[in-house]
Ligand binder design. Structure first.
Ligand SMILES: [Zn+2]
Length: 322
């Protein structure tokens, strides 16, 4: 009987292999994080807060935007995080809106200049779906469980609580103006994390999911954009879309580590020691593995050796009484 976990893993591994042949790029052995900022950028929160829920409510809609965020920041943390709603509650709603045409439509309504071609684009970047699914699982449900249960030490709980507390908002798609003299062009981040920093500061961490096309042509335009985004106060983390498909939880942990908001994150993640996508192989059935559900990769003891294995393979072994 084919198992969903294995079917999905085989499909994704196969796809990446084909993509690698097609592009002649070492995708399976590429780093998870393709680029991260040279330094942290922290912004001061205003000392005088302007009391208003107006912008804050809009900010917590599914897709958010630069000018709105900066207006909301003026209200201070008390307002911004008043609903304790870090990610939109419904994963399903988000998935309907993930395609590019939707975000460009929102940008247009907010006064950006968007060409009609963009409004027709119904694609979304591979890996984006998986990344958001994982973020949702972590923030809404299994925040603890996706990390090693045996690491519930005092120290772990302390660092864990700290990073969890500092995350104020995760926007699925985020619109930033890149302005030329004549028009306001939208730049879309795949995720924006708004985190508190020190006592009265914040950091804006943008995640860009890079497809193989962008990896191939890491061109000047992209670099220029990053410089502009830095000037506006955003730190940009570029992650590999193919890694997002194999292990979005790993990508998030690597991002938490790189950004410094949870430096030990990868230490607590099962399988974070795997260096390449080829190493994502089940120690029991030897088929490829991916981590679409937070518990899909598990540890299993064979003799005196610990292997990583499919959740399903481990369950069957336990069922058989081994
Ligand atoms: Zn297996």
């Amino acid at each position: 009987m084919p198992i969903l976990e294995i079917q999905r893993a085989e499909k994704i591994h196969d796809y990446i292999q084909k993509l690698e042949k097609l592009t002649n790029l070492p995708l399976r052995s590429s780093p998870v994080i393709l680029s991260s900022p040279r330094q942290q950028i922290s912004l001061e929160l205003p000392r005088e807060v302007k009391q208003s829920y107006e912008y804050v409510e809009q900010l917590y809609e599914d897709i958010s935007e630069h000018e709105l965020l900066f207006k909301a920041i003026k209200t201070g943390w008390e307002y911004i995080n008043s609903g304790y709603k870090i990610v939109p509650t419904s994963k399903e709603d988000y998935f309907q809106q993930i395609n590019k045409s939707y975000v460009f439509q929102v940008a247009k309504e907010r006064g950006y200049s968007v060409s009609d071609d963009y409004l027709k684009e119904h694609k979304f970047c591979y890996g984006q779906y998986e990344m958001y699914y994982a973020v949702h699982e972590i923030m809404q449900r299994n925040a603890f469980d996706f990390l090693l249960s045996k690491s519930y030490s005092q120290n772990f709980i302390h660092t864990y609580t700290n990073w969890y507390k500092c995350v104020k908002l995760i926007s699925s798609q985020f619109i930033i103006p890149l302005t030329s003299t004549v028009q306001k062009n939208p730049h879309i981040l795949d995720q924006l994390w708004v985190v508190s920093h020190n006592i009265n500061q914040l950091r804006l961490l943008g995640i860009e999911i890079m497809g193989e096309g962008e990896f191939l042509s890491r061109n000047q335009r992209k670099t220029n954009n990053t410089v502009l985004l830095n000037q506006l106060g955003y730190e940009i983390y570029q992650v590999a879309s193919w890694w997002c498909r194999v292990d979005p939880y790993r990508v998030i942990c690597e991002f938490l580590k790189a950004s410094g908001i949870f430096p030990d994150a990868t230490k607590y993640l099962i399988g974070a020691e795997l260096n390449t996508i080829d190493e994502y192989v089940c120690g029991i059935c030897h088929a490829p593995m991916v981590r679409w559900g937070w518990d899909w990769i598990q540890r299993y003891q064979i003799g005196n050796k610990t292997v990583l294995a499919h959740k399903d393979c481990v369950a069957r072994k336990h069922h058989a009484g081994h």
